[in-house]
Design a protein around this ligand. Structure first.
Ligand SMILES: C[S@@+](CC[C@H](N)C(=O)[O-])C[C@H]1O[C@@H](n2cnc3c(N)ncnc32)[C@H](O)[C@@H]1O
Length: 332
């Protein structure tokens, strides 16, 4: 078996999340993938205990394999991270990492239709607990589909693409990702077809986010993980790959840090219709246990260096935000 995924921002993750050997709480990697980040963190703290979570059972097995002897320090949990945090009753973690989205393995080796470069089944599921892209596309209304492509894909030709998909669906010519690529290409202007990225990129992103309910899961998981984090300089880091995710993390972190202005903000900007039923809900108050305080350590998101992007183009849109939790000292 060969590794497909190169962990992004490796030095920065080690700098911010290097385990603190004086804290007995575990490290929780909420998006284990092939275990690249987990391996780096364990390398810096050989006695640490790590809980590795992934919704995809294939990734759990890949991580177990690539972690080698270090796997004995890891408790593997195959679950959606929002469900994991809902039922978590273990010791308070002192390091938490979310590295969002899908891994290079999903794109290049899973055969599950995540990429527009291959002709594969319209699946796009990280776990079979959800509906596949084919099932989603078979029953959805044209209007809802256009909304999904607009909100999750930030695709300006969403209405034309949705109309073309519905036409292809009725004529029985939408069976594989290759059919979807052709359908999208037929719906957009020629200049867009010749652009820098494939015209299907945003539609694929939107469908994958919808199939796996990615933004809603993130919105549910963040406050739960922030509440669980150890107050003894516990740190939580999130790496995002598109603006919707990043805005969700930014406002949730600020709300947790007590910034009233963050509450009620949306991950969706004014240029989008927040009225869409697919727009992520507004950020709620993110309540911390009494006597605990969150501080945002990254005023601006940390982004990869030119060298990293040159060596690992998949890192180009990565943004890292980190918070730390401390105890509020009693003042006399
Ligand atoms: C970008 S990859 C992580 C790569 C990992 N950091 C590494 O270095 O190998 C994201 C992983 O998170 C998983 N994932 C995405 N959304 C999830 C969710 N809501 N719950 C649990 N796992 C999720 C995916 O299956 C994927 O393996």
């Amino acid at each position: 078996m060969e590794r497909s995924h190169v962990p992004v921002l490796p030095a920065e993750i080690v700098e911010f999340l290097k385990p603190d050997t004086t804290n007995a709480g575990p490290v929780v990697d909420c998006t284990l993938g092939e275990g690249g980040h987990s391996a780096l963190l364990l390398e810096h703290a050989p006695d640490s205990r790590l809980i590795g979570v992934d919704a995809d059972a294939t990734m759990i097995e890949r991580a177990r394999y690539f972690l080698g002897p270090r796997a004995s320090q890891v408790e593997f949990v195959c679950a959606w991270y929002d469900d994991f945090w809902l039922s978590y009753t273990g010791a308070r973690p002192h390091r938490v990492l979310f590295d969002l989205g899908i891994s290079t393995f999903h794109l290049a080796g899973s055969g599950r239709g995540f990429t527009f470069r291959e002709d594969e089944p319209l699946d796009m599921r990280l776990s079979d607990s959800v509906m596949s892209a084919a099932e989603l596309l078979s029953g959805i209304s044209q209007e809802d589909l256009a909304d999904i492509i607009y909100v999750f894909g930030e695709e300006r030709y969403s209405r034309r693409i949705a109309a073309a998909i519905v036409r292809a669906r009725s004529s029985g010519s939408l069976r594989t990702t290759g059919d979807l690529v052709e359908t999208v290409a037929s719906a957009v202007p020629a200049a867009y077809r010749r652009g820098r990225i494939s015209p299907a990129t945003r539609t694929f992103q939107a469908l994958r986010i919808a199939v796996n309910a990615e933004l809603e899961r993130l919105r549910m998981a963040l406050p739960r993980a922030l509440a669980a984090l150890s107050p003894d300089r516990g740190r939580m880091a999130v790496i995002t790959f598109h603006s919707l995710e990043d805005r969700l993390v930014k406002w949730a972190f600020r709300a947790a840090a007590g910034d009233e202005a963050a509450v009620g903000r949306s991950a969706v900007t004014a240029k989008h219709s927040t009225a869409s039923k697919f727009a992520p809900k507004l950020i709620d108050t993110v309540a911390m246990p009494e006597g605990e305080r969150i501080t945002v350590l990254t005023r601006r998101p940390v982004v990869p260096s030119h060298e990293e992007v040159a060596g690992n183009p998949a890192s180009r849109s990565a943004k890292l935000r980190v918070v730390e939790k401390t105890r509020i000292e009693e003042s006399w």
